[in-house]
Design a binder for this molecule. Structure first.
Ligand code: GAR
Length: 201
């Protein structure tokens, strides 16, 4: 079985979209894959409730309880790897996981660590992407699914979606329009990776 572990920090709407797509598209039957766990660095992350209601294992690992970024990432990797012990899960999916990851962590999951970022990378890496796109006078914004490499919000692009920026848009209205597209492209990108993996079997 290919285990997928999803990391969240908040609402978890991308995670929820992925869980729903996995059921609808029968990832288990098609790709021998399942969403094995949802891990949050925040106990109050709303997405945890959705995951529990859908019978998915959840874990909370509060980054504030660790003395350094390295210590947190080591504990995080140990928690993730429980879901494919003695090896590591097939995919680790960052879905609104608002932590900068250490190079050691990124390297551990090379080619199986995926992120979604709410901009058309390589434009607007980092935070406040929607306000920055509006302030720059962009006519279009979007989201990018990419493999994670050591540099923040970089790495090979797997999928992108584009939306218009409308004259009266605020960061919130634009974020909502982008998020709707994220829910389409993220499950699609993960399904495509799983399809490739199952062809290599
Ligand atoms: C999404 O817009 C995602 O692209 C963004 O956080 C939001 C999470 O929403 N991620 C980042 O900004 C990562 N740098 P969700 O919790 O409802 O999926």
């Amino acid at each position: 079985m290919r285990n997928i572990v999803i990391l969240i920090s908040g609402g978890g709407s991308n995670m929820a979209a992925m869980v729903q797509t996995a059921v609808k598209e029968q990832w288990q039957k098609k790709y021998n894959a399942r969403i094995a766990a949802v891990i949050s660095n925040k106990a109050e992350a709303k997405g945890l409730i959705f995951a529990r209601e859908h019978g998915i294992a959840t874990e909370v690992l509060n980054h504030k309880a660790f003395a350094s970024r390295e210590e947190f990432d080591t504990a995080l990797a140990n928690t993730i790897d429980k879901y494919d012990s003695p090896s590591i899960p097939a995919l680790v999916v960052l879905a609104g996981f608002m932590r900068i990851l250490t190079p050691g962590f990124v390297q551990r999951y090379t080619d199986r660590l995926v992120n979604i970022h709410p901009s058309l990378l390589p434009a607007f890496a980092g935070l406040h992407t929607h306000q920055r796109a509006i302030d720059a006078g962009c006519k279009f914004a979007g989201a990018t699914v990419h493999l994670v490499t050591a540099e923040l919000d970089h790495g090979p692009i797997l999928e992108q979606a584009i939306v218009p920026i409308l004259p009266l848009d605020t960061a919130d209205t634009l974020a909502q329009r982008v998020l709707t597209q994220e829910h389409i492209i993220y499950p699609r990108a993960i399904a495509s990776l799983l399809c490739k993996m199952s062809k290599q079997d």
